[in-house]
Design a protein around this ligand. Sequence first.
Ligand code: ATP
Length: 298
Amino acid sequence: MEIKAYAKINLGLDVLGSRPDGYHEVRMIMQTVDLYDTVSLERGGEGIALTVSFLGEADSYPAGIVPDNEENLAYKAAKLIKETCEIKEGVRIRLQKRIPAAAGMAGGSTDAAAVLRGMNLLFGLKLSDKELERLGVRLGADVPYCVRGGTVLAEGIGEKLTGLRDAPDCVLLIAKPEVSVSTAYVYTHLGEDTEEYRPDIDGMRKAIEEGSLDGILRCMGNVLQSVTEKEYPVIGRIKTLLEEAGAEKAMMSGSGPTVFGIFTEKEKAEKAYRTLRESGEASQIFLTGFIRPKKEEG
Ligand code: ATP
């Protein structure tokens, strides 16, 4: 069984405060993008066997950044579902990475979600999407969203999901600079100087329901951007480059360092792609768009 594990961007990311358990209370508008890892699953053996390989710009993954052992979120997802559903039989997982790692695109979380969905079908477990989401949050705050996909308002620590109408089509340029960013570092350094980066989440929700890309662009914002950009000025440089090349808006996704630019014209986006390549500022670049993933069927 082969499953596409799609990446996400945050069209809006707001942090409301921190909780005693160390998590943060967030409000985010999540969007699946047409960029995916491939997760192949096969029943057999006894334990969990995992192999990891890298597609595309493979030398952009720093050595060891994606673990090929029990630390990998795909492995953890398989272990969790094996234990929860008391599955004795083993599973072989082949993970082909294309999504930039430690990049703010939920690369690990989406692999975990793909394993949950895939094993549910492969072993005939008949768990509902809600049950998979509830299992997913034990692996990470973004996993429930990755189980579901599409255009979604995520609240709580990211696990309270409200499905929205599909965001209107656009052309998306995604650029990952060479640096890797730890999500935990960014959240612990989040200060008070975030006001200018705040998204208007309610305004964006309304714009999405009205199918207005202009409205979405006006409401975009990511409070984590100030923290990561201070540490890595390359983020600001890529944003400026994309906007000068004709992006309607450019912003950092999640805790970064990936930056995305939203374009309404394909030609402008293609030209920006070339300019960005020549600049050498980004090590992984993708020209893509929004997508609503199709559900796999058993
Ligand atoms: P998010 O947007 O959810 O914060 P991210 O894109 O910032 O995620 P990931 O790519 O998920 O970050 O990687 C974060 C860390 O998770 C990596 O440093 C890596 O060590 C670990 N990891 C575990 N499993 C995976 C996986 N399958 N793919 C990528 N990274 C993984």
